[in-house]
Design a protein around this ligand. Sequence first.
Ligand SMILES: [Fe+2]
Length: 248
Amino acid sequence: MSGIILPGADGVLFQRDRAWHPPADTPGYKSSTFRAPKHSLLALGPTKSEMSGPTFGHEKLGELDNDLIRNFSQDGTEAIGQRMIVYGQVLDENARPVPHTLVEYWQANAGGRYRHKKEGYVAALDPNFGGFGRSITDENGFYHFRTVKPGAYPWPNGGNDWRPAHIHFSVFGHAFAQRLITQMYFEGDPMIWQCPIVGTIPDKAAIDQLIARLDRQNTVPMDALTYRFDIVLRGRRSTMFENKLEGN
Ligand SMILES: [Fe+2]
């Protein structure tokens, strides 16, 4: 098999462009070598239950699900950090909006620290920041959420590797078995270009598509900066989805 093929809404299959996505085994990103397949891949089509199973609806979301500044607050205190709004549009390969799609996001706190028992970074936890939220896209494919800007953090890859500030994204398709995962970076961040994970992406235009743009027009005065991050599900301008790397 030559690569992962993604079923579209109409059942049409889309093959990924490997000049756009990194190879599965990229030694600069050490753990990719452990995950990369060592044998030829087998094609497994989606099952009926995968295609017809339940998906999320708007009624499933809580009022604060898209507000990371408040959704983990212990005592009503808001999370510490540079306040911001992230929004964008989920699009298909023909630039058509994708409505009613579950978009999830998770991130480190303003100091670059995750709330995870295996976290090894010394930066402090914020008791009022959990780092996870979710939205469902509206009729026009838009999502938005409020959060604080995540800090850069070190990770045990090479001697002294650091991740640029980033937010992880997951987008569900028409069933739970269809899930794409990627990362969003911030315009103007010099750390992007020294990151071993970003460095696995062969095409600079593909990296550029992972960088959210500062949107001054939609900034909230005395409150929050705003960044725009659009996600393209398929086609030549597809967002680089990291959970599909295994299929390269
Ligand atoms: Fe991360």
